[in-house]
Design a protein around this ligand. Structure first.
Ligand SMILES: [Ca+2]
Ligand SMILES: [Ca+2]
Length: 353
C-alpha cells in the first residue's frame, strides 16, 4: 500500500496494493497526461469552455469537452470551473467533481506494465461544499482524499493542497480517475475541486516508507525514471534467508538517496548462512553517490544470526553474508565481566551498610 508523510504511515507495495502518498514534491518532470493530450491537459486548461455567465460549465456523464478527460457518474457529472469566480491551482480552470450529485472525471494514459508511477494533484473545497473524493490508477484503487476547506465560502480564493500517491501500472494503458464521494447540495452543490493532475515516471518519496510487496512478502518495485528519497524516507527491505531472495527496488534512472534516507532490514527465516551469500536489494542506472544513513559503502554489521556487508556497486546495492554474527571480543568480554563483578561488589557493600 502506501506511504504518507504527514498522515497515516502505511507502506508502498510494488505488487499488491501500491501507492504512496508522498506530499508535494514539486519537481517539474514530464507529465504523461500533458505529453499525451497537450501541455495544460493535466490542469484542465484545454478544450472548448463555454461560460454560462457564472464562470462554470456543467458537464454530464459522457462529455469529453475537457481535452484528455471523460466525465462520468455515478451522479449528474461535474462542473468545469474558471477564474476569477472559482480559484484554480494553476492556469484558469479547475474541476468541481460534484455537479449537483457526485460525478467523476477520468483520463487514459500510456504506461508500462509493472512500472511504478507517481500521481500528484491538488484539491480544494469550501465550507458550504464537501471535501471527500477518491482517486484510482492501476494498483491504486479508490484511494480516499480530503480537500482542505476554505471558509467563507470563498470560492475565488479556495486554497488547494497537494496530494501524491504511487501506483503500479497493470497494463500498457492506465485509467486515472477522480470521483466525488460527496453528492448533493450542502447547501452548495460543490464537492472536492481538483487541479494540476500529473503522472510521472520519476518518483520522489517524501518521508514515509517504501516496502516492495508490502512487509514480509518479497516484492519488486520498478521505476522508469529517477527515484529520490526525501525527508527521512525509508526503504524497508525484506530478506528471506531460507529462500535466498529479497525485495528489489529497480530504478532505471538515477537513485538519489540524499543525506537522510534510511534503510531497514526485515529478516524472514533468520538462518545462519554460508559466507558470501548475496542479496541485491536495489538496482539503478545511476546514483547520486550518497548512502543510506548509517550504511556507508563497505559497512559491516550484525543483523540476526549473521554478519553482513553492504556494498554500493555501479549497478546497485548488495548485502553479503559474512558468516556468523560476531560475538564480543575477548577484551570487551573481560571488561563486561569486570563491570558485572564491580556491580556485584557494590550491591554487597550497599547491603552491608
Ligand atoms: Ca488548472
Ligand atoms: Ca516486501
Amino acid at each position: 500500500m502506501l506511504t504518507v508523510s504527514k498522515f497515516n504511515r502505511k507502506y508502498i507495495s510494488g505488487i499488491v496494493l501500491s501507492a504512496a502518498c508522498v506530499l508535494a514534491s514539486s519537481n517539474v518532470v514530464a507529465n504523461i497526461i500533458d505529453t499525451t493530450y497537450g501541455v495544460g491537459a493535466g490542469s484542465f486548461e484545454l478544450g472548448a469552455f463555454v461560460n454560462n455567465g457564472f464562470d462554470y460549465m456543467g458537464l454530464a456523464p459522457g462529455a469529453t469537452t475537457i481535452a484528455g478527460w471523460s466525465v462520468g457518474g455515478p451522479g449528474s457529472g461535474v462542473d468545469w470551473l474558471k477564474t476569477p469566480s472559482f480559484g484554480a491551482q494553476s492556469g484558469s480552470h479547475s474541476v468541481d467533481l460534484t455537479n449537483t450529485t457526485a460525478g467523476s472525471v477520468s483520463t487514459e494514459i500510456p504506461t508500462t506494465l509493472g512500472q511504478t508511477y507517481q500521481l500528484s494533484f491538488y484539491t480544494a473545497t469550501v465550507s458550504t461544499g464537501a471535501p471527500l473524493g477518491t482517486v484510482s490508477a492501476g494498483s491504486l484503487v479508490s484511494q480516499t482524499f480530503s480537500a482542505p476547506i476554505t471558509p467563507g465560502p470563498d470560492f475565488a480564493s479556495q486554497a488547494f493542497a497537494p496530494f501524491s500517491f504511487l501506483f503500479t501500472a497493470n497494463g500498457s494503458k492506465t485509467t486515472v480517475s477522480f470521483t466525488s464521494a460527496s453528492g448533493g447540495c450542502l447547501p452548495d452543490c460543490y464537492g472536492p475541486v481538483i487541479d494540476s493532475v500529473s503522472v510521472d515516471s520519476t518518483v520522489a518519496v517524501d518521508g514515509g516508507i517504501i516496502a516492495p510487496g508490502g512487509v514480509d512478502p518479497i516484492g519488486k518495485i520498478t521505476i522508469g525514471g529517477d527515484l529520490t528519497f526525501k525527508k527521512g524516507a525509508k526503504y524497508l527491505a525484506d530478506l528471506d534467508l531460507a529462500g535466498l531472495k529479497s525485495d528489489y527496488l529497480g530504478v532505471d534512472g538515477t537513485l538519489n538517496l540524499g543525506t537522510d534516507s534510511l534503510l531497514d532490514l526485515n529478516l524472514i527465516n533468520d538462518l545462519l548462512l554460508d559466507a558470501g551469500k548475496e542479496f541485491q536489494i536495489v538496482g539503478y542506472g545511476g546514483s547520486d553517490g550518497n548512502y543510506f544513513k548509517g550504511f556507508a559503502d563497505g559497512y559491516r554489521f550484525n543483523r540476526g544470526r549473521n554478519r553482513w556487508e553492504i556494498d554500493y556497486r555501479p549497478g546497485g546495492i548488495y548485502l553479503t553474508s559474512l558468516g556468523a554474527a560476531a560475538v564480543p571480543e575477548p577484551s570487551s568480554l573481560a571488561l563486561m565481566l569486570l563491570a558485572a563483578a564491580l556491580l556485584g561488589a557494590r550491591r554487597r557493600s550497599q547491603g552491608e551498610s
